[in-house]
Design a protein around this ligand. Structure first.
Ligand code: NAI
Length: 302
């Protein structure tokens, strides 16, 4: 890095842009602001960045009520949230993390636009779950400053982040992102730019194989979840996890990993999740996935 740019991960001078104020973006903003960075929020949906800022301030207030956060720290983090109207407001950012739709062209186009806005030394990071970081960076003026920065849902609770270097990424960029992830309170691990990185690759043996058990009629959804949750030590069974993430997010990830591995049979997604996606049974967010969810969020077997 040149001339102390960007500031060290713990510095209160650090300015971080987060593009996409959905589930993941809001989580990333939360941990970044609580760690002392000034965070600039952008979303293409009108009013979304302002709504995310207010929601996060309310979250900080709740954490104070529960005794999990100091009132001064909550006020400081709340003041560090800058709701932007457009990407051009990200000009002062040292690091921009994107958490927009999982679509290669959308991410490439966003980073292309950002290159014309941020300084040439600013780091561009992607929260992609399944796309190639090398592909996202390809065609940019400075592909060597692009890295994957892959968090898990819910970000404040799932304290792990994968840092991925693309083919051209400079080692000091991944080193900086590893240090940043740690400073934000997460275990940061370096992964090669391969389909699914570490977690979603290893997870194929868990989720995809679990779905195969269902497709072959070997067990029920609750039985599959209970076995893996209560005996194998996972916090959620595979169907519970898919319901939490939403098939609109996770089914394309399954398909993408399968395609990127040249259709290797062990990664093949199941027809079942494609049908559920088509039927709109996405999971918790619509009240129906592998389980049905009541207004109180309680699940029952279908
Ligand atoms: P989401 O749908 O909750 O949020 C995406 C947000 O980005 C929306 O607010 C949308 O308005 C905004 N957006 C879309 N295109 C945009 C653009 N061009 N410019 C600015 N804003 C734009 O999605 P979610 O779940 O937060 O996922 C975001 C990214 O994180 C995806 O790449 C996804 O694969 C990845 N991811 C998701 C995880 C999950 O469990 N939901 C886990 C890890 C990664």
């Amino acid at each position: 890095m040149q001339n102390g740019f960007p500031p060290s991960p713990g510095s209160r001078e650090l300015k971080v842009g987060v593009v996409g104020c959905g589930v993941m973006g809001r989580g990333i903003v939360q941990i970044a602001a609580l760690a002392g960075a000034t965070v600039y929020l952008v979303d293409s949906r009108e009013g979304a960045s302002q709504a995310a800022r207010e929601e996060l301030r309310a979250t900080f207030a709740k954490l104070v009520e529960k005794g999990k956060l100091d009132a001064a720290a909550a006020a400081d983090a709340g003041e560090r949230l800058v709701a932007c109207k457009g990407l051009d407001e990200l000009a002062p950012c040292h690091v921009v993390v994107e958490a927009i739709v999982e679509d290669l062209e959308a991410k490439k186009s966003l980073f292309g636009t950002l290159e014309g806005i941020v300084g040439s030394e600013a780091i561009l990071a992607s929260n992609t779950s399944s796309l190639s970081v090398t592909a996202i960076a390809a065609g940019l003026q400075h592909p060597d400053r692009v890295a994957g920065f892959h968090f898990f849902n819910p970000v404040p609770l799932m304290k792990i982040v994968e840092v991925i270097g693309g083919f051209l990424t400079r080692p000091e960029i991944t080193e900086y992102m590893l240090a940043l992830g740690r400073q934000w309170g997460h275990t940061a691990v370096l992964a090669k730019d391969t389909p699914g990185f570490i977690v979603n690759h290893a997870g194929r043996g868990y989720g995809t194989e679990g779905l195969r058990l269902l497709a072959e009629g070997i067990c029920s959804v609750p039985a599959l979840d209970a076995i893996l949750r209560d005996t194998a030590g996972f916090r959620l069974g595979p169907c519970e996890l898919l319901d939490l993430t939403g098939l609109d997010v996770s089914h394309p990830v399954m398909e993408s990993i399968y395609r990127q591995y040249y259709e290797e049979p062990r990664f093949r997604p199941q027809v079942l999740t494609r049908q559920m996606l088509t039927a709109g049974a996405l999971g918790r967010k619509v009240g129906r996935g592998f389980y049905r969810y009541g207004a109180d969020g309680k699940k029952e077997a279908v």
